[in-house]
Design a protein around this ligand. Structure first.
Ligand SMILES: [Zn+2]
Length: 338
């Protein structure tokens, strides 16, 4: 199961676990920082087999006296955090808001049921199986951070300074990004994506943009996004332009009374970013932005959001015109429909 990731040196004592995940969900990047006899993990994979593969790869680069004593978790989405269940005697650091975000995060047991027991004829079931069927969600318990903070937290791992910066609500309610000033590296978590359209659940997009601008302002030269290949500052600037485009178009279409799902289809059909995978994710990000524009502070229905994306993906996959769901007209969360 280790076939889809590699532990790559990106600076002295710093490694990135970079699954080849283009066009996929759930294959998140992780990091390993090593300084003397101390080491820290940044994020963990989605399931136990992949986490064991990461830990085996870490063991090969760690000295015999060195142990991983710290795990930094950038946000509560399972693809960055379920693997925490495989770690023992490790301090787990996340934001205070991470704990609240966990309340509306699906559990591994729920993911297993959604993927394997949702009726086959539903777009959501088709989409979940297609993108999440590769993962093994058994044997996992959700593990919460053992140390939390708000704002900013400065640590040292061995002699290496590490700065954690709270950014949420942005991608989720509890995001942080990790700055390694000595290395000139930032791990963004899912505040930035490479190769695929990003997906943002909490928003508003201005918060994501602000986080990306703050990351750029560190002067870091190597930026590890939550998914996809390592980015340069120029890549991150281009990503910020993308986010601004989505935000501005969403605001314009909202002002014109265009429903969220139709707005997402307009953005996709514009062909503005043909090189990015998973365009259907725009259904989720646009719906998130619309929620803010509507002043709707209710907890979003994640399954309904995925259903909106699934319907677009299915219509593209089967080359039929994009369906118009009841959801798009009400802008509320619908039950999945067959
Ligand atoms: Zn992710």
């Amino acid at each position: 199961m280790s076939h889809d990731a590699h532990l790559t040196p990106i600076a002295d004592g710093l490694f990135a676990w970079l699954p080849d995940g283009r066009g996929t969900w759930g294959l998140a990047n992780c990091g390993l920082l090593v300084s003397g006899e101390h080491a820290a993990l940044i994020d963990t994979p989605y399931d136990l087999p992949r986490t064991r593969a990461l830990l085996d790869a870490c063991a090969r680069v760690l000295g015999p006296e060195t142990r991983i004593g710290t795990a930094i978790t950038t946000h509560s989405n399972g693809d960055h955090s379920y693997g925490l269940a495989a770690l023992a005697d490790v301090e787990i650091i996340g934001t205070e808001d991470y704990l609240h975000a966990l309340d509306h995060e699906p559990t591994p047991q729920q993911m297993h049921l959604l993927i394997h027991e949702t009726p086959q004829d539903q777009p959501t079931a088709w989409y979940l199986r297609r993108h999440f069927g590769r993962f093994d969600f058994t044997g996992l318990d959700v593990v919460a951070p053992t140390r939390t903070f708000t704002g900013r937290l400065d640590l040292t791992v061995g002699t290496a300074p590490v700065r954690l910066v709270q950014a949420g609500p942005a991608h989720t309610d509890g995001d942080l990004w990790v700055h390694l000033p000595q290395h000139g590296v930032v791990f963004t978590g899912d505040l930035a994506f490479a190769d695929d359209h990003p997906v943002h659940w909490a928003g508003p997009l201005d918060q994501v943009v602000d986080a990306c601008l703050a990351i750029l302002a560190t002067g870091a030269t190597v930026i590890v996004p939550g998914h996809g290949p390592v980015m340069t500052p120029a890549d991150l600037r281009a990503h910020i332009d993308y986010l601004g485009w989505v935000r501005d178009r969403a605001h314009q279409l909202h002002a014109q009374g265009v429903p969220a799902q139709r707005a997402a289809l307009q953005l996709i059909d514009s062909g503005r970013y043909p090189g990015l995978g998973l365009p259907e994710r725009l259904a989720i990000t646009v719906a998130t932005e619309y929620r803010h524009l509507d002043g709707d502070s209710r907890t979003p229905d994640l399954v309904a959001l995925v259903d909106a994306a699934a319907r677009i993906a299915l219509s593209r996959d089967t080359r039929i015109p994009g369906p118009r769901t009841p959801a798009e007209d009400s802008r509320t969360a619908p039950p999945p429909q067959s």
